[in-house]
Design a protein around this ligand. Structure first.
Ligand SMILES: [Zn+2]
Length: 271
């Protein structure tokens, strides 16, 4: 790994966003590079200080008014809030601008701030938790792109499945099926470990002409046996489960090329 690449990965490493293999490669570089170790220490300290600092502030009442005026759903939210808090009597609003922590009899400003906070909170929740599948496909595309960008397609380079399969022994707690599809036009070129959806996964790397195909495998039965092909950000993805394993294939090759790969793979895989 070069300095330039290490510098690019540094923020991701500090925020624990790198894949397992990227982290390991980054740490290897760090161990032998004073310059990057220094940069890492500096960024780590800045990041730690930012986390400690109290960066919260109350929205000024004028801003609260503007946002509330622009929201079309305040009535139903208000109803929901009333239901939740009983609707009548006093209500304590903490940190609501100059209202402070006084007990309010649903004073307009207090209610306004409560609604705003609740709405912001629920909108935040909605935005930060996309459905599991969307999040996973985004993670898969990111992982695929990273594997190409940082020249980190493989940890083991081999076209021989008898080399690739044992390479995973002891590195993960399952044995991914590895098949060779050279005769079908999709030669196996290597494998690597990756980190996806909170767990270590095996990745078999195939090629169709110049297009790499990353095949992610881990134990589970999340999908049916028939692959579904998706398109995300210009990449094609396929998802299915077979023989107690979840499979995701990601490639920049066309849909029919991916389909040919899937047919070959499923014909030659243990079921
Ligand atoms: Zn360096």
């Amino acid at each position: 790994m070069e300095h330039e690449q290490a510098f690019e990965l540094l923020p991701g490493y500090i925020d624990e966003e790198l894949s397992l293999s990227e982290s390991r490669e980054f740490e290897r570089h760090l161990a032998g590079c004073e310059l990057c170790t220094h940069a890492y220490e500096q960024q780590r300290q800045v990041s730690a200080r930012l986390r400690q600092a109290d960066m919260r502030m109350d929205a000024p009442p004028e801003l609260v008014k503007c946002i509330r005026a622009a929201l079309p759903v305040r009535r139903s939210l208000w109803e929901r809030l009333s239901e939740r808090f009983g609707g009548t009597g006093g209500f304590s609003v903490v940190g609501a601008g100059n209202v402070g922590t006084r007990s309010l009899g649903w004073a307009p400003l207090g209610a306004m701030v409560v609604s705003l906070v609740a709405l912001t909170w629920s909108a935040g929740l909605y935005l930060s938790t996309p459905s599991g599948d969307t999040r996973l496909t985004e993670e898969l595309v990111d992982s695929h792109v990273r594997s190409l960008q940082f020249d980190h397609l493989y940890d083991v380079i081999s076209t021989d499945r008898h080399t690739v399969k044992p390479w995973f022994d002891g590195k993960i707690d399952f044995a991914p099926p590895v098949v060779d599809l050279a005769a079908q036009g999709y030669p196996l070129v290597g494998g690597r470990l990756d980190y996806l959806d909170g767990r270590s996964v095996a990745v078999m790397v195939y090629r169709y002409k110049l297009h790499p195909i990353n095949l992610y495998v881990w134990p589970g039965n999340d999908a049916g046996p028939t692959p579904h092909i998706y398109e995300r950000q210009g990449y094609h993805l396929a998802h299915w489960s077979a023989g107690g394993m979840n499979y995701w294939a990601v490639t920049d090759a066309g849909e029919s090329e991916l389909d040919g790969f899937l047919t070959g793979l499923r014909t030659h895989s243990p079921s």
